[in-house]
Design a protein around this ligand. Structure first.
Ligand SMILES: [Zn+2]
Length: 391
């Protein structure tokens, strides 16, 4: 039993320096990590910004490293509680005070927190996340992937569990890395569709139609599980997206209140939608507007539109849960279980057993991350890197 393995509250756990140190020494996938951040070039690596959050929330920016060994030493010496990654600049970060010091390239990044969906979750609030609200993250991953691939032609996309309450998405494509500030701003806003953008009768943009097709895969089950129309407030929260006179909406509400369940109440919306199609009502797209309002990815726009916004690195450890920020396959997002990811504690606990397995296979003991609990997420990462470097 590790003495620091104290449960503070709910899912919060103290991650001691000792445990972190052994994670960096034994399990952090340093080789592929460094290969990525410098795109196989130590000179490029030296211009990449790293930020470490150290003990007692000491936040240090503009660190730079010229080699794998140097980074490894820094990990072991400083034991960062969190590692964030920034842009590649035109000079090493040591020269950040030069007047012409500027960003040269940066992966396109997205940050989505489940806490931004609190108004459409009844199972959890704030940082909590469970299998009942995870479908929101599934929709998010699928819609984002679809948009990035179809609308922008990007292919090298990595999704990473953020360690506690959400997901990160990194786009490695060279075209994405070299987007300028104005282009990032435009792209970020393209990826931020709001209910207000849905008109009353115009044909929807293909991009929105595609998102709705994904939402529909989850909608009924999500609605029912969360019981979103179980209360009068719930009904009101949907009706506010209907662009019709209050007298009509009140009439609908009265009809819904005659039924008890969310699904029965939802069927009234569907029935009204049919009537709208026959031009009884001028707003014919309220169903689409509601679905977009509830499920469309709620990205933290500042992270995506900014060139030098930092984002927690894949394989960093979440300081409050001890969970490793592991990459996952977008296709497997539905079955991703955020309570079952490797933690600095589980890796330690299973270490002895893993050592035996690696010994038996005559594997490289300095690269334990290619085995055991880390194996799958490291493979997803290295497979993507192979794709990046094969071009
Ligand atoms: Zn939940």
């Amino acid at each position: 039993m590790v003495s620091s393995n104290l449960v503070f509250a709910s899912d919060e756990i103290a991650v001691s320096e000792e445990v972190l140190s052994s994670y960096y020494k034994e399990y952090f996938p340093l080789d592929p990590f460094i290969e990525w951040l410098g795109y196989r070039n130590d000179e490029t690596l030296s211009r990449r910004e790293f930020s470490f959050t150290l003990k007692d929330d000491v936040y240090t920016r503009f660190r730079s490293f010229t080699s794998k060994e140097e980074l490894h030493q820094a990990f072991i010496k400083t034991k960062p509680e969190k590692i964030d990654i920034g842009a590649i600049y035109n000079y090493s970060c040591k020269h950040r005070l030069s007047p012409d010091f500027k960003e040269e390239q940066r992966e396109l990044v997205f940050d989505i927190d489940i806490s931004d969906y609190d108004d459409v979750r009844t199972c959890c609030q704030e940082a909590r996340i469970c299998q009942k609200c995870w479908p929101l993250m599934s929709i998010c991953v699928k819609v984002l992937e679809e948009t990035l691939k179809t609308a922008f032609g990007f292919e090298q996309i990595l999704f990473v569990f953020s360690g506690r309450r959400g997901i990160h998405c990194w786009v490695f494509d060279e075209e994405a890395r070299k987007l300028n500030g104005a282009e990032r701003f435009a792209l970020a806003h393209y990826c931020q569709v709001t209910a207000q953008q849905i008109g009353t009768s115009h044909r929807l943009h293909t991009h929105i139609q595609n998102a709705l097709k994904i939402t529909d895969l989850y909608w009924d089950e999500y609605l029912e599980t969360q019981d979103l129309l179980g209360t009068e407030e719930g009904i009101d929260s949907f009706l506010k997206y209907v662009k019709l006179d209050d007298s009509i909406k009140n009439e609908w509400k009265e009809q819904m209140l005659k039924y008890d369940t969310t699904m029965e109440r939802w069927s009234i919306f569907q029935q009204k939608r049919k009537e709208a199609q026959s031009k009884k009502y001028r707003d014919r797209l309220f169903i689409e507007r509601i679905k977009i309002a509830v499920t469309y990815p709620r990205i933290d726009i500042k992270v995506t539109e900014g060139f030098n916004h930092l984002l927690k690195a894949p394989f960093s450890v979440h300081p409050k849960t001890g969970k490793v920020c592991v990459p996952f396959n977008a296709d497997d997002v539905d079955s991703f279980d955020c309570d079952n990811v490797p933690t600095v504690f589980s890796l330690r606990k299973n270490d002895e057993e893993l050592v035996k397995v690696i010994e038996k296979q005559e594997g490289d003991m300095s690269k334990k991350y290619y085995h055991g609990e880390m194996k799958e997420s490291v493979k997803i990462f290295t497979d993507l890197l192979n794709q990046v470097f094969s071009e």
